[in-house]
Design a protein. Structure first.
Ligand code: BDR
Ligand code: CA
Length: 304
């Protein structure tokens, strides 16, 4: 099983992505680290600990960055609700799993102690991962790859061109893309095709506790999209690991726009090689939407 660390800001789609990873027999989730994103750090950390209680899992959780490296923090409560996981009554957080270490110290220790290279799966803003790579560069050689949800090959969801996770902390994202660690990027362009349609959601309540949770959270996720199809952004990153055959990838250079007057936080994905730079990421260009839907339902049915 591939050892992984999930860096997350739960988050409704985060909650589902974490469940799929935890219950996969191909992945070994060693650590969950939290970051401010969809909601503030106290809430994302509490949510991660509530998920552990609900899933009956004992993965340690470490608190990370409460704010972006440079920018002001902005939440996404309009999408995920005030708590970040609105719509379902979770048990109390399993606080015994909360480490005293900061996320980057816990990540470093987990990576250096592992006898196999560790994959990092960031599904929130990249603040923790950037800090890790800058403060402890020795981890780079021990990271298998970083498989992240963020960015877009086309348009944004936080403004015209920028995606939320990258837009939240573009300096951190720039550090990560420049780090020289292998990166797989699952952006909005695949998230928009990775839909859970109403007929799929209808099957969830019969799929055990994770399905029941997902069904209730989904009713609150992104306003009216329960009826038109829910975009499974963060599960796409996990799917890139577990079912890469569903995606088409291209090795390419990805830069992060830090200074654009209209495009701050945009991932500049140089698919045609205009910039003449070495590829730094394997970018998911497209996903088989039908295949994703059946993969997703199958994965949820196997949870717990
Ligand atoms: C990303 O932003 C968050 O709201 C989701 O959890 C996902 O990680 C999509 O842009
Ligand atoms: Ca997220």
């Amino acid at each position: 099983r591939t050892p992984i660390i999930i860096d997350t800001d739960p988050g409704i789609d985060d909650a589902v992505a974490i469940a799929i990873a935890l219950f996969s027999d191909q992945l070994d989730v060693k650590l969950i680290t939290t970051v401010a994103g969809n909601v503030g750090l106290d809430a994302t950390t509490e949510n991660a600990l509530r998920l552990m209680a609900y899933y009956g899992c004992d993965v340690p959780v470490a608190r990370g960055a409460a704010e972006p490296l440079i920018r002001d923090y902005e939440d996404a409560t309009d999408i995920h609700g005030k708590t970040g996981m609105e719509g379902f009554d979770f048990p109390d957080p399993k606080t015994s799993l909360l480490l005293k270490e900061h996320a980057i110290d816990a990540m470093r220790r987990t990576i250096m102690e592992s006898d196999r290279k560790v994959t990092i799966v960031p599904i929130g803003p990249l603040t923790n991962v950037a800090l890790l790579l800058k403060v402890y560069p020795e981890v780079k050689a021990r990271i298998g790859r970083i498989v992240l949800m963020g960015g877009s090959t086309t348009r944004g969801n936080k403004g015209v061109m920028a995606e939320f996770n990258i837009h939240s902390d573009p300096e951190a994202a720039a550090i990560v893309f420049k780090a020289g660690v292998p990166i797989t990027m699952a952006g909005l362009n695949v998230g928009w095709e990775a839909l859970v349609l109403p007929e799929d959601s209808a099957k969830l309540p019969a799929m055990g506790k994770v399905g029941t949770m997902a069904y209730n959270l989904f009713k609150k996720y992104r306003g009216g999209s329960f009826k038109t199809g829910l975009k499974m952004y963060d599960p796409c990153a996990v799917a890139c690991l577990l079912a890469p055959e569903l995606f088409e990838f291209q090795d390419t250079y990805v830069g992060v726009e830090l200074a654009g007057s209209l495009t701050e936080g945009c991932t500049v994905v140089d698919l045609k090689g205009y910039l003449g730079r070495q590829p730094n990421a394997s970018v998911a260009l497209s996903v088989d939407g039908k295949g994703f839907r059946s993969w997703f339902l199958d994965a949820i049915s196997k949870c717990c």
